[in-house]
Design a protein around this ligand. Structure first.
Ligand code: ZN
Length: 413
């Protein structure tokens, strides 16, 4: 008979903690981590022989952050050339970005689309899940499905004679069903679509719908039949309402949402991922004259309305989940979303919940986003009290994923 000695576990001594669902910090606590899970959470946990003690006094410990809107394989700063990279190059660069972001405390990422004819984000997700490479947990919508000439149609960046297959387009309910089924067939966890134009695509307008109601309904019904949730890039209030009415699970950006659509989202339980830092990045780029003329014109026209919409979202009872659109701007700025949320009017505890408990609820994951016995041990920490000072969320210096310590503070000299 062979006896296998199990993992003796780790005890994390927390100066303070935020559990992912509360309105405030919960005070000093100890967490026993064993076999990649949280085994015990108490003022003083049992200390199994051989267990490692990790002292995070002076730190606030939280569940690992979840970013519900990233693009690991898209680099907006050089989009037109980067889209032409090979699938493997996109996956390898994305892996590096994912791990740099993990070091900032983001242990789970929902990737909402690659502009590639193949499936680089699916491959990344699978390689990480199999332990082939290290990285954050990935939840993936492989491609953005849209109509010809919509925000999804990045092929409009190139002359039509090039026929580049980097966009997933469909122009009727039958064609949409077929594309949703194809996403499912190759392993997408979510379906991502756009039902209005966007700001960074040339020929479309965020204030206008790009799906008819029956097209959006065909997409949502097909996804629902396959057990997939739908995330909708949307701008115009009419787009927000169409997405909610058709059963989308999350509105992405919701740039131009109005009070009526917010009330609908509250009633339906639709999540909003308002990507507020991206607006700050866009306005900065606008001020510095770095935007293409078509993007600058659209953002100039809508900027005030977007900022007002973000304040309305913050003042509402909607379920707000943390998402950045990193890829469209550098991942090193992703954690600034917390500050943008608070600047728009969210209280800091709600901003922290947006990236932990509420984000996990959006993803339908009961095993992440909260500190509780039985949860996966995705645990991070930062010096100080992030509810008192939200800027401290950029200072994460302890990262554990699946019970493995990836990063910890340097010992005092
Ligand atoms: Zn996006």
């Amino acid at each position: 008979m062979t006896v296998t000695l199990g993992d003796p576990g780790s005890v994390i001594v927390c100066g303070d903690h935020f559990d992912g669902s509360a309105d405030a910090l919960g005070g000093p606590i100890e967490i026993l981590v064993k076999d990649a899970e949280i085994a015990q959470l108490a003022p003083a946990v049992s200390r199994p022989p051989g267990a490692r003690v990790i002292d995070l006094g002076g730190h606030t410990v939280t569940p690992g952050f979840i970013d519900c809107h990233v693009h690991l394989t898209m680099d907006a700063s050089q989009l037109s050339t980067q889209l032409l990279d090979s699938t493997a190059t996109k996956a390898l660069v994305g892996l590096r970005l994912a791990n740099d972001y993990l070091d900032q405390g983001f242990t789970t990422l929902r990737d909402l689309g690659s502009a590639d004819p193949e499936w680089p984000t699916i491959d990344l997700r699978n390689a990480i899940a199999a332990g082939t490479v290290e990285g954050p947990r990935l939840v993936v919508a492989a491609h953005l499905i849209g109509s010809t000439g919509s925000h999804a149609d990045v092929s409009s960046l190139y002359p039509p004679r090039w026929n580049l297959p980097i966009a997933v387009l469909a122009d009727s309910p039958d064609a949409i069903r077929s594309q949703v089924r194809r996403e499912h067939k190759y392993g997408s966890d979510w379906i991502k679509t756009t039902n209005t134009g966007g700001y960074f695509s040339p020929g479309d307008d965020p204030a206008r719908l790009t799906w008819f109601d029956h097209e959006m309904q065909a997409l949502c019904d097909t996804a629902a039949q396959l057990g997939l949730a739908v995330a909708v890039h949307t701008g115009a209030a009419a787009g927000c309402k169409q997405a909610i009415a058709c059963g989308a699970r999350s509105l992405e950006h919701a740039y131009l949402i109005d009070d009526e659509a917010i009330a609908m989202a509250e009633d339906a339980g639709t999540f909003i991922v308002p990507t507020m830092q991206m607006t700050q990045e866009d306005l900065l780029a606008l001020g510095q004259g770095q935007l293409t003329p078509y993007t600058a014109a659209k953002i100039e026209r809508d900027a005030q309305q977007i900022i007002e919409a973000q304040r309305r979202i913050a003042a509402s009872r909607t379920k707000i989940a943390f998402g950045t659109d990193c890829g469209m701007f550098p991942f090193s700025h992703g954690a600034l979303e917390f500050q943008a949320m608070v600047a728009a009017g969210l209280n800091p505890a709600r901003a922290l919940r947006a990236a932990t408990g509420t984000a996990a609820e959006l993803l339908g994951r009961n095993d992440i986003g909260t500190l509780k016995p039985g949860a996966v041990a995705d645990i991070i920490a930062m010096p100080g009290d992030p509810i008192d000072d939200i800027t401290l969320t950029t200072g994460v210096d302890f990262v554990m994923i699946g019970g493995q310590v990836r990063r910890q503070p340097a010992p005092p000299p």
